[in-house]
Write a protein that binds this ligand. Sequence first.
Ligand code: ADP
Length: 614
Amino acid sequence: MGLLLAANVAPLIGEDKRAELAHFSHNFYSSTSSLRYMLYADEEGNIFYGIPFSESEVQNSLTIRRKIHLPDEYAQHSDTPMVRQHITPDGEVTDVFVPLVYEGQYKGVLAIGTNPNPTVVASSHLTRDVTIAVFVSIWVMVILGAVFNALTITKPIKELLVGVKNIASGNFKQRVDLPLGGELGELIASFNDMAERLERYEEQNIEELTAEKAKLETLMTTIADGAVLLDTDLQVVLVNPTARRLFGWEGRTVETTNVLCLLPTAIQTEITRPLYRTARGELREGAEFRIALKEPADRTIRILLNTVFDLYRETVKGVAITIQDITREAELNEAKSQFISNVSHELRTPLFNIKSFIETLYEYGEDLSYAERCEFLETANRETDRLTRLVNDVLDLSRLESCKLYNFEAVDLAQPIEQTLRTHQLNARDKGIELSQEIASDLPPVLGHYDLLLQVFTNLVGNALKFTESGGKIVIRAYGLQVNSAVDSDNGITQLNSEAGEEPQKVRVEISDTGIGIAPEDQKSIFDRFFRVENRVHTLEGTGLGLSIVRNIIEKHNSRVHLVSEVSVGTTFWFDLTVYRDTKPMFEETFEGLLATDNSVESSTGSVVAGVSL
Ligand code: ADP
């Protein structure tokens, strides 16, 4: 519209036909409802005509010379009008600036203001509203989508992630509690199912493992051998009470400490290198050591080293050390060797004597007188007796030290004592020794073995006769005792208290002599096999086994033999026997080794087990 108007008015302006211009413009203005104003300005921008401004205003304006203020971007020689919009209190106005060119000359500018096209405005408003609505909807949808996403996907996935992490770290109690359907719901259900199975499996495994652990621990604590388990760095993982006792580790925390820092020096020196080699798996067949320990006690131990492999015997998992206390075994071996050497020696002496006398008789018999031959034969005979005695004593002793079971019954002690006196009375009379008995009149029968007790009396009275000078006295006493178990004397046996009228529980037997006595330093050793004081002091016949046999027999009767002795005053051997009651126990002996060597007079009665009521 601006271009059309400009094309029409340009000639009128060029020819300066202002009245026609005004007329034409007025008509145009009147016929165009959307036109708000029309302004004509010359080349300098001076407004020379304008509608709806009045003519007088124009004149005034001409007088005042009002100027149009053209926008910066207005171009005089452009074919395209410049359009802009601005807001007035009466609404939005579209300003159109059209250059007026006549015959190639710039004649000024036509500025018209129009109302915006309502249709266009309406359409543009609609477009704007729709755009905003779409924009807002998109955002709302995006936000709703994000919220929905967060609620339905992200949250469950996050929870699942936490759950998986917990399961991976061993917390099988983990569950995901989200009421979701679809694939995610299925995934959560499967996850919970898996966690439940794992939990059940773990519970079952834990039960089995706990049971196995308990079994192993029981085994570890009850085995007689010491056991120490090390890891590959030789740090203690497990140790049982026996090993603690053997190494003196009681009450100490040794776990996670290097075993070489804990072991006694004697063991360290022996096993350090092999231990390292075992931990590297180089000693597959294991290693064995026999070590004498001084600390914490005098012991001989056997140490076995073994590599602990994994299930497939490929990877080394640690080292197992087994410690066996072989002190007793070593002592028994030592005693056995000692015994064999003693027996051989003891047998060799009489055999040698017999052989020499018989050889002499055989070779030089004709040169010897009758009396000499008799003397030689008598010596050979005596040596044969000695040999027989020795062999019998050795046999007796080995029988006693074997596992043989003896039937114990009521024994009236008066009988074996009588028999012993009868046997030795003649000998005693010959030696001028008074041999007597003092047996309590109401002596109850004892629980024992007649033959064994007879041997005890024979050995003790025989010794007393051997070591008592002429004019001496030997007495066998036997009397009942009331046991007061409240007072512990005699190493847990009894404090004795004879009271008339009370039933005796024990019978004490004493064999006293007024002989040479036994020096205190010998009193412990006389019960050892082949120990004879006279080997050092005097020479009287004997095997050195008599008292060992006595000790063994009394121990079989669940008692112990004691002695009181003073040199040149005399000796008393005494022991207690249990009174026979109606029940008849049988003493059963545990095998303690054929050649046990407990040299102490006060030795333990551990080899005899309590009686069994029949
Ligand atoms: P033997 O058969 O040689 O007598 P025993 O074992 O019976 O051996 O005795 C060991 C030693 O104890 C004897 O050699 C002796 O020195 C000492 N002995 C035993 N009984 C008496 C006693 N009544 N008086 C003094 N010494 C004794």
